[in-house]
Design a protein around this ligand. Structure first.
Ligand code: DX5
Ligand code: ZN
Length: 216
């Protein structure tokens, strides 16, 4: 059964408390929180004060996805704001291994995200230091885009690398996840499904989360 990580980027920010309550009552496993700086990606979302507030509403795992340059400058601040998992982009890290050590030494789980063009085997030599790999299945920056089909092949390849090294690293898929493609994503080897529009734009978000959870 996959873990479900609804992305609050697609939530109604005027009703943030209700949206958080809905997730708390649902079968969602993580709160997926997308932070964008307008430099690493061509969009700006929300940051520390918003995450700090969201943290007070939930005991669920706060899964913070940093789409920012120089993420090492903010790791400690995101820990203080309440992040449980901190994911950085490999394309934004000159010293990825050091960044991962920093995140773990702060007491968070370390995630690494790959843009669609970044080869999965670029993680080969650091895989044992990563708690979760986030494979972007769209170009980061916006919700509501279509799933890039080649991602399925990338998931299978990463699954094989993880299994061959005997690791427990989780694979999270982010972007364009729908009720139609979720089963094939899980069958390819994904452990965690991020879903923004599919959850928050649906008529019954809680039911949609339940469907995603029991899809495979
Ligand atoms: C995109 C973000 C995603 C986004 C997914 O850059 O990382 O988490 O919210 O949105 P959907 O599920 O609508 O593609
Ligand atoms: Zn994300």
């Amino acid at each position: 059964m996959p873990l479900i990580a609804p992305s609050l980027l697609a939530a109604n920010f005027l009703k943030l408390k209700e949206e958080c309550d809905m997730l708390n009552e649902s079968e969602a496993d993580y709160f997926h929180l997308d932070v964008m700086d307008g430099v690493f990606v061509p969009n700006i979302s929300f940051g520390l004060p918003v995450i700090e507030q969201i943290r007070t509403t939930t005991k669920k795992i706060c899964d913070v996805h940093l789409m920012i340059v120089q993420p090492e400058r903010y790791a400690e601040a995101f820990k203080k704001a309440g992040a449980d998992i901190l994911t950085v982009h490999i394309e934004a890290c000159t010293h990825l291994h050091r960044n991962l050590q920093q995140i773990k030494s702060l007491g968070m789980q370390a995630g690494v995200s790959l843009n669609p063009h970044t080869p999965v085997d670029s993680l080969k030599d650091v895989l044992q230091d990563i708690d979760m790999v986030l494979i972007m299945s769209v170009n980061p920056g916006f919700g509501g885009q279509s799933f890039i089909l080649q991602t399925l092949q990338r998931i299978r390849q990463l699954r094989k690398m993880i299994d061959e090294q005997g690791l427990n690293t989780r694979i999270e898929i982010d972007g364009g996840v729908t009720l139609e493609n979720a089963a094939s994503i899980v069958r390819a080897g994904a452990d965690v499904l991020v879903a923004g529009s599919t959850v928050f734009k649906s008529a019954d978000p809680k039911a949609t989360i339940r469907q995603l959870k029991h899809i495979a």
